[in-house]
Design a protein. Structure first.
Length: 280
């Protein structure tokens, strides 16, 4: 027979534990953003002081860069260029990351395929794609599809490496537990293997953001003068456009930060068990 007093005490203890975890998470969230904002503020103040005492041809101040950013955003050329770059990046990034996870899963399933592809993946991962620009022009021509290919090649290898490590690291006992419940083939991958590889895949996605942004800018500068890369090339040729050059560079960095934070949010939603374990 259950004791109602003990049940009530157990329920209250659980509620206090949940409330304590929520307060702890909120405190950590506040602390993280306080540190970040303070760091940015200190950097901007130092930049303003140093920049005010240097030749404006060498470096602009934050106030000048901000004025240049407002001028770019309200001008006729920057918003379409930004959309052009983001569209190409999004398509290449999605295709490259999907292909990377797929190849990583195949290589994890077959040691023969892994041994056959591993030397090429490691070699291409270490190869600077700027050196391959003439080949890209010869193979794919100069156009939209070539820029997408550059982004795909920029992100696919880091995704293969991370995905392969994730699939290889899945606990055998976890897989055996799934099989004991009647799971096999695709259901086993969907319910057991893929959730276990989420941290590795998300880490690869975060690394791929930076490589993909670098890839699209390289493609726009060297393959086809469009988008943000074209504006960077134009402003880099004019020594009096340092403010605009830095403003565009900062926008690219902000895009990377926003996408990374979005991936962190998705990871917290998808792999909530991992976040709980970390907090605990």
């Amino acid at each position: 027979m259950q004791n109602p007093v003990l049940d009530e005490e157990t329920r209250e203890a659980k509620e206090r534990a949940i409330e304590g975890e929520a307060q702890k998470g909120f405190f950590l969230f506040q602390y993280k953003w306080i540190v970040r904002i303070s760091s940015v503020a200190a950097f901007l103040i130092a930049w303003q002081i140093v920049g005010s005492n240097l030749n404006p041809i060498l470096i602009s101040t934050p106030t000048t860069v901000f004025s240049s950013f407002i001028g770019l955003m309200t001008g006729p050329s920057f918003p379409p260029a930004l959309l052009e770059t983001l569209e190409t990046f999004a398509i290449g990034y999605t295709l490259g990351c999907g292909l990377g996870v797929f190849l990583g899963a195949i290589m994890a399933r077959s040691k023969v395929i892994e041994n056959a592809l591993d030397p090429y993946i490691n070699a291409l991962f270490a190869t600077p794609f700027v050196a391959l620009v003439p080949l890209f022009i010869t193979w794919f021509g100069i156009g939209y599809s070539t820029r997408v290919v550059v982004v795909i090649l920029s992100v696919v290898f880091v995704m293969i490496i991370n995905s392969l490590a994730g699939f290889r690291d899945v606990s055998k006992s976890l897989v055996e537990t799934g099989r004991s419940f009647g799971l096999s083939g695709l259901p086993l991958y969907r319910k057991i293997v893929l959730p276990a590889t989420v941290p590795y895949i998300v880490a690869g996605l975060r690394l791929a953001i930076g490589r993909g942004l670098v890839g699209i800018i390289i493609a726009e500068i060297f393959l086809q003068m469009v988008g943000i890369g074209y504006l960077l090339e134009v402003f880099a040729d004019d020594v009096f456009q340092v403010g605009n050059l830095l403003a565009i560079t900062i926008v690219i960095g902000i895009i990377g930060v926003v996408l990374t934070e979005a991936l962190k949010y998705v990871e917290r939603r998808v792999a909530i068990w991992r976040v709980s374990a970390t907090l605990g």
